[in-house]
Design a protein around this ligand. Structure first.
Ligand SMILES: [Zn+2]
Length: 154
């Protein structure tokens, strides 16, 4: 799944589960469940070589930037408008946790090498992916975004 819907799921978890020791691991797990939603992303049906050149890395960076912006926007809102430091911190960390598996996999794509831990993670990641063609693969993610926005308590 794209990074932006993953981030929103993470923030939704943070605003609904007040215990960060529960919310943060759940946000991390939500990544794998999110990838089970039939989806299209920039790496759908690509070979390793395609992932590091052309427009794809740029598109991933764009998606990452939107995801970071969304996470920072909610964190700032919780901090300054709601004046809830604990929630802001939890939302920030949950946002990161929800995209962490992809961030770690990204390291192996860019670096070209993987250690044992990253190797296992990458195997799990590729097994959990449920691909869907366009436009359906984007539509499902729009639904994930809408459901997340519905559940994010502001
Ligand atoms: Zn993933």
């Amino acid at each position: 799944m794209l990074l932006t819907p993953h981030t929103l799921v993470g923030v939704a978890i943070a605003t609904n589960i007040s215990n960060p020791f529960l919310a943060i691991p759940l946000a991390f797990i939500s990544h794998f469940l999110g990838d089970k939603v039939p989806h299209w992303d920039f790496y759908s049906n690509t070979k390793k070589e395609d992932r590091v050149k052309g427009w794809r890395p740029l598109a991933v960076m764009g998606d990452l930037s939107i995801g970071v912006a969304v996470g920072v926007a909610y964190t700032t809102y919780f901090l300054w408008v709601k004046q809830d430091v604990a929630l802001a911190l939890s939302a920030f960390i949950c946002g990161i946790a929800s995209v962490l598996p992809d961030a770690l996999s990204g390291l192996t794509i860019i670096g070209g090498k993987e250690n044992k831990f990253l190797g296992i993670l990458n195997k799990i990641q590729s097994k959990m992916q449920f691909q869907a063609p366009l436009p359906w693969g984007i539509l499902t993610q729009v639904v994930v975004i809408l459901i997340s926005l519905y559940f994010i308590k502001i």
